[in-house]
Design a protein around this ligand. Structure first.
Ligand code: IPD
Ligand code: CA
Length: 266
């Protein structure tokens, strides 16, 4: 199944070479291209052919039919859409297939560097077929990937406050504009910690399996473990020590009040 999943991501990447138009979603920082829609449509068709009884949580089209399915695919057709629009060549196609509520197989493909991150539950994580693992960096040497609540800028301030507090205690901070790639980079030791105020399941579902199979840890604030059906704050790290470090900082700034009210209120 994982090999088939990788094949459809390779095939979908060809669509990203096509010319595209750009449309703003609800604000000018949040854009979608014709190719986001075309890649997603292609992936849905192909996954239906392979898995049969499969439901979908997709970024661009709401295909959630609320029926129970044997499998659930969580799809981000292009993660890092703004990078793609601005020709930065750092974007990915991200697909997780969940069974019994948690990721079972997953792939994140970076067409511009031809890098395929992939994992199957219990079988390890791989980059272009080579087994990967997290770094052994301690907190003082850690690189943190983060962002500043891009689509809810009213919550940017606590994200900046977290950066201000963490920055002197670690090596450096990166903002790459693509959560799935940043989490895969933690999985293969190119970075060591991750925090974002509010991610959607399609941003992290595939990378979550790749990261945990690589020996890393992913979670959220004020509870244990992540879920794959609603947006939430995401923290991740290469080891327990760094995970606890970033979790404690995140819980200071993503307060229970922010978490239980405002953008998280359901
Ligand atoms: C976004 C990117 C970005 C992150 C946002 C995501 P998109 O996904 O992963 O790095 O900061 O939270 O929504 O919109 O490019 O698919
Ligand atoms: Ca996207």
């Amino acid at each position: 199944m994982l090999e088939k999943l990788k094949s459809i991501l390779w095939a979908a990447a060809a669509i990203m070479k096509n010319d595209f138009g750009v449309t703003a979603k609800n604000d000018r920082a949040n854009v979608v291209t014709d190719n986001d829609l075309a890649v997603e449509k292609f992936l849905v068709e192909q996954l239906r052919n392979i898995f049969g009884d499969i439901g979908f949580i997709c970024e661009e089209e709401n295909l959630n039919d609320a029926k129970p399915h044997k499998y659930l695919a969580v799809i981000d057709p292009i993660d890092g859409t703004m990078n793609y629009v601005r020709d930065m060549r750092l974007s990915a196609i991200s697909v997780a297939v969940l069974k019994d509520g948690s990721p079972y197989i997953a792939a994140v493909y970076l067409p511009f560097t031809d890098e395929m991150f992939a994992a199957q539950k219990g079988k390890g994580a791989f980059l272009n077929g080579r087994k990967i693992g997290v770094s052994d960096k301690t907190t003082g040497d850690a690189l943190l990937f983060t962002a500043w609540s891009l689509y809810n800028k009213d919550l940017a301030e606590p994200c900046f406050d977290l950066c201000r507090e963490v920055y002197p205690e670690i090596s450096d901070i990166r903002r790459l504009g693509t959560a799935s790639i940043e989490l895969c980079y933690v999985a293969c030791g190119r970075g060591d910690m991750y925090f974002e105020m509010r991610l959607f399941p399609w941003d992290y579902a595939a990378a979550a399996l790749i990261l945990t199979e690589a020996g890393g840890k992913i979670g959220t604030v004020h509870s244990n473990g992540v879920t794959y059906t609603r947006p939430q704050p995401i923290i991740a790290a290469n080891n327990d020590q760094n995970f606890n470090f970033i979790k404690q900082k995140a819980e200071k700034y993503v307060t229970k009040d922010i978490y239980e009210n405002g953008i998280y209120k359901r």
